[in-house]
Design a protein around this ligand. Structure first.
Ligand code: BJ8
Length: 391
């Protein structure tokens, strides 16, 4: 059995900083080899098309407060921290990933991101995928399909290539494999007690993205899944004390930038995060691209089905939350909303009603940013919530 870290989990999670540093070197090596890199910001971005053009997509979503002040030079203070952080890194010249990106691929999700891409477009080639505002009708489907065809043609022109159906079929298969690998990893949270710390799964999935190599990153995640399952089978399943910890679902905005302030506190204070209904969790991974359909139809269908609050209405998110609460035996739901994220903040009212009234579970709404200003207050609120769950 391998050594355990301070939370009692196997020790292979402490490699994050190293992976991040290695990522800087890898991106430079890729550029030296003549590879093309696309910076992306959203799970609505059809990565199959980017890989199909022979380029490598990499998430440029900002997760730290370091660059916020710089961003506020051009952007309003009262804006989502994810947007400010992303933009701040872009103008700071300190982000090798932005620096080496050949193309920025944006999308018309929230207003803040849309307008940020206008500024980014002055620094780099930028293509903004126009999404429909809702998902349910044939018009929405045709709108997105036509837009994705335009994006495909843009990539072909930009990278001087042809993205054939055969190439897309291969890319669909590879992207589906990665989704399945992550799904199996996240599904460890269904075990009781969960061997997968939510805080650490957040680190693992972010670190895996720095490898730029899907085969080795999939392999690493598979190994971690196996290691954690073995740990549960050999030891954790007999731990009666751990079984008493409340099982938490995190829902809402991406949480990588508030990992320490929110996720770590939840687990340090005595609860287990067993599932993330968010874009750094299962939201985009739940549905695969159908390999039996024609590629552009299958890709359109898959991405149109993502249940983000930018869609209006967005009934699918409630259905998914209900299913996940059941499958992961969730005791309580914590909604994390990044400051000034209006779509998730407004949707929170319906989610609270669903969780408390229909599902009969405790719910807490946390709105925060990437600063440490409210760290004490957030910890106090989490502590009170978990104490209430333990009564
Ligand atoms: S599919 S969640 S990755 S848009 S940037 S909407 S937090 S105000 S990140 Fe997102 Fe795509 Fe949706 Fe997922 Fe709010 Fe901030 Fe906008 Fe944000």
């Amino acid at each position: 059995m391998k050594m355990e870290n301070q939370l009692g989990f196997p020790s292979r999670f402490d490699e994050y900083d190293e992976k991040r540093r290695e990522g800087f070197i890898k991106v430079k090596e890729l550029k030296d080899r003549g590879e093309n890199i696309c910076g992306i910001f959203c799970t609505y971005t059809p990565i199959e098309l980017i890989y199909g053009a022979g380029a490598i997509p990499f998430s440029l979503c900002g997760t730290s407060n370091e660059s916020t002040r710089l961003a506020e030079r051009d952007l309003p203070k009262n804006l989502c921290p994810l947007i400010k952080s992303s933009y701040g890194f872009a103008i700071s010249d300190q982000c090798p990933y932005f620096y080496f990106a050949d193309l920025i691929v944006g999308e018309t999700t929230c207003d803040g991101k849309k307008k940020m891409y206008e500024h980014m477009g002055k620094m780099k080639d930028t293509y903004v995928i126009s999404l429909p505002q809702k998902q349910g009708t044939e018009d929405d489907y045709n709108y997105l399909k036509n837009e994705l065809i335009r994006f495909k043609e843009y990539l072909e022109e930009k990278f001087q290539c042809e993205i054939t159906d055969e190439i897309l079929r291969e890319e669909i298969e590879k992207a589906n494999e990665t989704r399945q690998v992550y799904r199996e990893f996240f599904e460890l949270g269904k075990l009781h007690p969960s061997p997968l710390s939510g805080y650490e799964s957040n680190i693992v999935t972010e670190a895996a993205s720095f490898t730029f190599d899907r085969t080795s990153s999939n392999e690493e995640i598979r190994e971690k899944t196996k290691e954690l399952y073995d740990y549960w089978e050999n030891k954790l399943q007999y731990d009666e004390e751990r079984k008493k910890r409340p099982r938490i679902m995190i829902t809402g905005c991406p949480t990588v930038g508030v990992r320490n302030k929110v996720l770590k506190n939840i687990e340090d204070l005595g609860a287990d995060i067993v599932v993330f209904e968010s874009c750094n969790g299962v939201r985009e991974k739940m549905e695969l691209v159908d390999p039996k359909k024609t590629p552009m139809d299958a890709i359109t269908e898959k991405y149109l089905g993502i249940s983000c609050s930018v869609m209006s209405p967005n009934p699918k998110r409630e259905i998914i939350i209900e299913e996940l609460v059941e499958e992961y035996q969730v005791d309580a739901v914590i909604e994390v909303v990044l400051q000034a994220c209006h779509t998730f903040a407004i949707e929170a009212h319906g989610i609270e009603q669903l969780v408390q009234k229909r599902l009969g579970k405790p719910y807490m709404y946390l709105e925060t940013d990437y600063s440490e200003n409210d760290a004490g207050q957030i910890r106090t609120r989490i502590e009170a919530f978990i104490e209430m769950l333990q009564l």
